[in-house]
Design a binder for this molecule. Structure first.
Ligand SMILES: *Cc1c(COP(=O)(O)O)cnc(C)c1O
Length: 225
């Protein structure tokens, strides 16, 4: 019941923005995912491959699965048959493996480039110049079974709203620059559509600043035991 109410509350809050809700279901049990689905949500985000694969096997097939956490190249093959969108592409090497596994499954897999916008020490994501370099790489241009459809970023873990705004704004500005410059469009592998930013603590700020996808977990579910 609480899950249903939270989802409808968030969807109402997002009504005036282009942002869609991805329900982050990581660490949640099958019953909670079934309740989420019953509430009408069909876009689920997971960050661990094995957990996603196990859940995908037993849940309705019209759920759209989003890989939001760091993805190791040796795990790509497990999600390649069904994954809807991979948010966490942070290297050409990973992209090549996604391309290879997508080809094996005779499909094209949509991806976002994960951009590093937080000030804190973190392991994952490209900076702006690394993203530019990837998109200009001749090896990238040769891929056939992936599509880059946008960017993903995470703000610093801080209560300082000004800082969070600055970080999201920097990602939104970079997204706009790629759009304006039609970066990568000549490869036929790129469309600048999705901007994935915002979590439980900051999704309203993200939506205000142009997010098209927000990834919300803990604000929907009761605290983990
Ligand atoms: C866990 C996670 C989320 C959701 O975080 P909440 O604070 O629970 O809403 C969003 N994005 C990523 C990449 C995550 O790992």
């Amino acid at each position: 019941m609480a899950i249903t109410e939270q989802i409808s509350l968030i969807n109402k809050q997002l009504n005036d923005s282009p942002a869609r809700l991805i329900v982050v279901t990581k660490t949640r049990g099958i019953e909670e995912l079934q309740e989420t689905y019953a509430a009408g949500a069909i876009e689920f985000g997971e960050n661990r491959v094995q957990e996603m694969v196990e859940k995908q096997a037993v849940l309705p097939k019209d759920i759209l699965w989003h890989q939001i956490g760091h993805l190791q190249t040796n795990k790509v093959k497990y999600i390649a048959p069904f994954i809807h969108l991979i948010h966490s592409v942070d290297s050409l090497n990973l992209l090549k493996e996604i391309n290879k596994q997508a080809a094996k499954n005779d499909r094209i897999i949509d991806c976002l480039l994960q951009i590093y916008i937080a000030t804190e020490e973190s392991k994952f994501g490209l900076d702006f110049s690394e993203a530019d370099a990837l998109l200009a790489d001749s090896e990238f241009a040769g891929l056939k079974n992936i599509r880059i459809v946008g960017l993903m970023g995470m703000a610093s873990f801080t209560a300082d709203e000004t800082q969070i705004r600055q970080e999201f704004q920097s990602l939104a500005d970079f997204f706009q620059k790629l759009k304006n410059n039609k970066t990568g469009l000549s490869t036929g592998l790129v469309e600048w559509i999705e901007l994935s930013m915002g979590m439980s603590g900051d999704y309203l700020i993200a939506a205000e600043l142009g997010a098209t996808l927000v990834r919300v977990g803990s604000a929907i579910f009761s605290p983990r035991h």
